[in-house]
Structure formats: C-alpha cells, structure tokens
Design a protein around this ligand. Sequence first.
Ligand code: FE2
Length: 211
Amino acid sequence: MAKKDRNGKETTTERGGLSAQPRLHQSAPEIQAYGTVSHMLPLDLEEPVRLEMTEQLNLLLADTMTLRDLYKKSHWQVAGPTFYQLHLLFDKHYGEQSEIVDTIAERIQLLGGVSIAMAADVAETTRIQRPPRGREEVPVQISRLLDAHQIIVSHCRELAERADKLGDAGTNDLVVSDVLRANELQIWFLSEHLVDVPLVHAEQPRLRTAG
Ligand SMILES: [Fe+2]
C-alpha cells in the first residue's frame, strides 16, 4: 500500500508486494510433524526402514546431546590438582561430541525424518541420568560421564546390527565409524583417570615379617 508524508506526497517504495520492511513475528503450522518421515529421496530405503532408523537415531541423538552438555558442565565445574588437564580434556571431548551430534542429526534429516533439537525435548527423551546443578568431585564427574558413554555404546551396538539387518548400510557405518569408535576412545581416556596409582611415591611391596 502506498504511504504518504505530511503533505500527502507518496513516499512508499513498496511495489508489487515487495517491501524493504522486515515482516516480523510470523507464525504458521509445522510443515512436518516430529516422528514422521517425509519425502522419498532416491535412497532405495523403504519408509518403514527410514521410520525405525530415524526413531532410533533420535534416541542416540538425545543421549549424545546430553553427554555433550555433561562434558561442558564438567569442563566448567572441575576442581582439584588435575584441574588443568581435565579442563582441557573435557572440552576436547565436548567438541568431538558436538560434531557427532551434527552428524547424527543430519542423517535423520537425510532419511526424511525430523531431528530432535531443543533442550527441553532432549531432556524428556534421553536415558542418561540428570546430574545435579551443583559441582561434584572429579571421580564422580568421570563416573557420570562413563555411565553416559556406556548407554551410548551399548545402543550403538544394537542399532548398528539392526541397521545392517534392514539394509541401511549408511546408518550402520555412521553408528560404527563416527559414534561407536569415538565413544570407545573417549571411554579409554576417561577410565585411565580412575586407576588408583601413586602420584609421587612408588608403593613398596610389604615385607613379610618372620615368625
Ligand atoms: Fe572453556
């Protein structure tokens, strides 16, 4: 519509429905509901297969997002004599988990599904136990992270086998190569911190007293 200034002169630059004004606060119904698969890309994968795979991948995604955030929480809240190395390690693992999150989410979209995305939805879906908001000591932080990893690797093994059975080689490869192996490596790095070895003095074997 033409706009006029105080003198009644047309000032608008709007023409043919085009305008330089941003159209704010828009809304409309969703274009695809969560839990459905849409378009059939020429992937040669039937809808029931894509439906099952996207459902399973969303579970894996929710757990991976939770583990990713648990790493950032641990990175910020860590304390003690190993602060520096753990602060760095936790952030390295956080970065790697962030990449895994993106890989899983885009696989779900590629299969025609809808990736879970927001924290509230992730919290309702994940199988990983919710940690307290406050700080915890290092062995507890690491144990919590290891428990989360364990849930993920065990799901990876089941999911990889199922994907293979259904002929979804792409999901099988992603789960094994990108998720399972990365998690196994992180489990090793974490677990070594829970081995109780002396820091300064080597422990001498106790001498047996005669008699
Ligand atoms: Fe940081």
